[in-house]
Write a protein that binds this ligand. Structure first.
Ligand code: PLP
Length: 419
């Protein structure tokens, strides 16, 4: 987003015009930013074979999935529904990796029938595969027990984590793999989201290489994700060029050492789509109390829960008053419990009806939206090459009723009438 002739624009498209055209609240995604993030990532690595699987739980609008496909990415899916959406968007089943956790056998069977790759997350499942699908190639998710990630909700590699097969259980894994003649084509780790530190990543890399030596049929090593993007101006993002350089050297050396032509795989979500997204909401009220000036908007944690759920910081800009004098505001939603988007934010003077923009609204924003307070879901717009496309219509009231079943309950009979 940048100021062009005094108007905040994504590419050449003024965001205020988008709010007028499509209403608010509204999610806007910059397709060109997604493409540039993808290319930046791919260009950072210098290995013969690289695969980027988009962790689509970040944002599954099928138009976004199609952009990923066009770019050459694969998909990392965590549910059968994500698999079906990806197939709908045109992905080959071979380009979809299913990484289930606490998912029942029936769903995994469905995924197998759809022909996608399976990433095994526990030993029971590994045995199940060995017995029922001896011919299927699989990937094993290893938990290296490296503590990483922006906060405890998104840190998944530590010792108490429910994710992956503990690295301490690898002797048992190897025994099962050898006895049941399971073809392990990949090993995988994902230690958390929002990892700042390249060194942590490289440390976990060495651990995974050691495990990679255990499997003769190996074709790829998937290092998961955790790439950090900027939420504030002063934030440090993962230095992808530096990471890519160091990682490529390590990976190429390892391939040479074991005499294998392995694929290096990653599965970023946030890195690819977070910064592409803008959330637009309209100011309903300005309310001054003894200590605080509140700006109340026509949205809440029903549309963007990250600030309340994760304590995530999203920059807030008043695009209706680009030249205005900055003042301190606490920006809140209309949900009937505390839903604060940001405390004491310096924002250009806000008056009712001003449109506020929340940055980094591409990943885990629309996807976590709900109908709480029986509010409707916002629309989504994609901007590509200076043109805007409506990619999801604003939800309408009928959808609140369409899955409900109105039943005729027996009417309570008055006691004296019953006699
Ligand atoms: C969520 C998830 C990712 C993506 O994490 P980001 O921080 O969004 O890049 C990757 N792999 C797995 C298995 C995940 O569950």
């Amino acid at each position: 987003m940048e100021l062009i002739n005094g108007q905040y624009c994504v590419q050449n498209v003024p965001l205020l015009e988008m709010a007028e055209k499509y209403g608010s609240p509204l999610f806007i995604y910059d397709a060109n930013k997604i493409e540039s993030q993808y290319h930046k990532m791919v260009n950072a690595f210098d290995v013969p074979k690289l695969k980027i699987n988009y962790a689509c739980k970040a944002l599954t609008n099928i138009n976004i999935l199609k952009i990923m496909k066009e770019l050459g990415a694969g998909i990392d899916a965590v549910s059968i529904e994500e698999i079906k959406l990806s197939l709908h968007a045109g992905f080959d089943p071979n380009d979809i990796v299913f990484t289930p956790n606490s998912v029942g056998a029936a769903e995994i069977e469905d995924a197998i029938r759809l022909g996608v790759r399976i990433n095994i997350d526990n030993i029971e499942l590994l045995e199940y595969f060995g017995h029922h699908y001896p011919d299927l190639k699989i990937c094993i998710r290893i938990n290296p027990h490296v503590m990483a990630g922006g906060n405890s909700k998104i840190s998944v590699g530590h010792i108490d984590s429910k994710f992956g097969i503990s690295i301490h259980q690898m002797p048992l894994v190897v025994r099962i793999v050898e006895n049941l003649k399971i073809n392990v084509e990949g090993i995988h780790m994902h230690t958390g989201s929002d990892i700042l530190d390249v060194d942590v990543f490289l440390y976990a890399t060495d651990i995974l290489f050691n495990q990679a030596r255990l499997f003769n049929d190996l074709d790829y090593i998937d290092f998961g994700s955790g790439f950090k993007v900027k939420y504030k101006n002063e934030d440090i993002e993962t230095d992808i060029e530096e990471f890519g350089r160091l990682m490529s050297i390590k990976f190429n050396k390892f391939c040479k050492e074991v005499g294998k032509d392995l694929t290096l795989a990653f599965e970023p979500g946030k890195y690819l789509v977070s910064e592409s997204g803008y959330f637009l909401a309209k100011t309903n009220i300005i309310k001054q109390t003894t200590s605080t000036v509140f700006a109340g908007i026509n949205s809440g944690f029903n549309h963007m829960i990250r600030p309340m759920f994760y304590g995530a910081h999203h920059e807030i800009i008043n695009i209706s008053n680009p030249e205005g004098v900055p003042k301190l505001y606490t920006v809140v939603g209309y949900i009937c419990e505390t839903d604060t988007f940001g405390y004491n934010r310096k924002i250009n003077t806000i008056t009712p009806n001003d449109i506020l923009v929340f940055k980094n609204a591409g990943a885990y924003c629309f996807m976590m939206a709900s109908n709480y307070n029986s509010r409707l879901l916002p629309a989504e717009v994609l901007i590509k090459d200076n043109k805007d496309y409506l990619i999801r219509q604003r939800q309408d009231f009928t959808s609140l009723l369409q899955d409900q079943i109105e039943v005729n309950l027996p009417v309570a009979v008055e006691a004296d009438q019953a006699e």
